[in-house]
Design a protein around this ligand. Sequence first.
Ligand code: ADP
Ligand code: MG
Length: 668
Amino acid sequence: MKSASLAKLGLRSRFDFVLHLPHRYEDETHLTAPEHAPAGKPVLIEARVQRAEIAFRPRRQLVVRADGVVLRFFNFYGSQLKQFQRAAEEGLKVRAFGEIRGGWFGVEMAHPRYRIVEDDEPLPDALTPIYPTSAGVPQARLRAKVLEALDSGPLDDTVPGELRERYALPPLDESVRLLHRPPPGVDAAALVERSHPAWRRVKFDELLAQQLSLRFAYRNRRRRKAPVLRADGRLLRAFAQQLPFKLTRAQTRAMNEVLRDLVEPHPMQRLLQGDVGSGKTIVAAIACLAAADSDHQAAVMAPTEILSEQHARKFGEWLAPLGVRIAWLHGSLSARERKQALAAIASGEANIAIGTHALVQKGVEFARLGLAVVDEQHRFGVQQRLTLRRKGDATVPHQLMMSATPIPRTLSMTYFADLDVSVIDELPPGRRPVTTRLFSATRRGELLARIRAACAEKQQVYWVCPVIEESKEGDVQTTVETHALLAKELNDLRIGLLHGRLPPAEKAAVMADFVAGRIDLLVCTTVIEVGVDVPNASLMVIESAERFGLAQLHQLRGRIGRGTRESVCILLYGEPLSEPARARLKVIYESTNGFEIAQRDLELRGPGEYLGERQSGEPLLRFADLERDRELVEQALEAAGEMLARHAAAARAHVERWLGSRRDLTQA
Ligand code: ADP
Ligand code: MG
């Protein structure tokens, strides 16, 4: 067994082995007579070996006849045949663990786990642990390694006694031993369901470690220096006098939270969460003004070129009249224009730089970066966000991350505990909820009439084509074909085509045409998924909606319902629908509330969707389940606060033990 294959299982330190817990158990503590074995349940039997031979029908196999039972092996070594033949000669018994089946010639077992035993060999008195493993790490060897680690001494407890008492947690040492070697009479169901107190203890410790490590990260960042920005400068006050609309209460609250952070000498780490269309952009613009007012620069990074263009346009409309200089870095700049933009950013002449991840590339130097805004933050990798932050030199710029994917509460309490969170939980007035309709793909024909009717009323329409997983170009291909087909069917309309493979200039031109109302129907891929804001679009068709995830459908649907007209989103689905797809479509049909959808999504699919880069590599939680162990989550949160305040050394030891050998991206 190579240490490389063990490392792949995450097994390096002693504690890693000790915490490599069984995912199930087998009961080998008593024998069952083969003829009395219950159907479908693995049992341990013992029988004297009589004969072993290789049979060839219906396929090559090793057949072992023992007292009252036949064992069959389809993959076997020659040494196994010899082993059984010797056992037969010496009159030894085989102890086999597996499911009994009624066969043609009496009861049989196929591929049991087995051992040749002497007559009076005692049975184990504990359940046999079965460990998660992978190719190259045989179960028996792994078990030996784990038990060796367990037996090499007692485990001290990093959770102080008073906290253990308060949450009724058994000692760690006792808990871990029980899980590896459950004693006779243990509540086996509680072990399997992971509700046993020993499991509670392990899950508590895991959640505590996660919570502590995020809070350490938070504290470390707070220790760094950031430029102190002004929240009452000339530009900010001027803009407040001439806002394009009255801010909602939630926007005002979020704005105040952001401004309060910016005047501190520590870097802000704030996540601004708000459902699609809740109006996060203006809050970001106001934060940028705070930077400009204190002679610092702001960078606004968006995940797509289209979105960065939209920001550049909005920021221009709002802020340019105040004399704010905006540099937009985008793909269609000529070499000369790009050089000029870079020079403006480097000299500090540009107050705000807007762009995609192009902003974090080499050659982009800021004179005095004070604030980094990352829109749709889950679309970026940690590295990209960090690089942007590092563009500030002596100090660390403040960071405002925005996300339109609502994060369920349990998640923001746990995985996002290293961020401060502001929530915009209210939509601007006058919005009408989007009506969602489900259409089987066979009703595609009816849609054409609907699209015509909408366009006749000067409304605009999105037609979204799915991403085809199998091939990178596939989605572009279907989008191009759909566009051609629709252009024929609806030849009285102005139809645009937008997908990721178009040259940047063409993408920008198409988007500009759609914004300006020169295109009636935009056939597109999910490039429009995030952020695009065209209030006059009120009808959206999503083709093969069953292929999209919930968060994605919600985002896409958020592109409409932005004006004052009634908006309709039609989900076309192909049949037959799988159960999970049906469940997803039902959720999106029934709800327009992003937080509710996110919560359902979490239940249906787990937290993966929300974590983006946070979950790459090893999962942060192996044992606890945020939903099922909600109570433990709350307790671990509370305990983390107390440990940091009163048991700092134990807190550090706890994190080191649990996360020591793992790379924790959130620490970076
Ligand atoms: P998101 O939170 O999805 O980024 P945006 O910032 O793009 O939302 O805002 C969505 C739309 O709502 C934009 O057209 C924006 O100008 C408008 N908007 C934002 N806040 C308000 C408000 N308080 N009143 C009216 N319209 C608003
Ligand atoms: Mg947005």
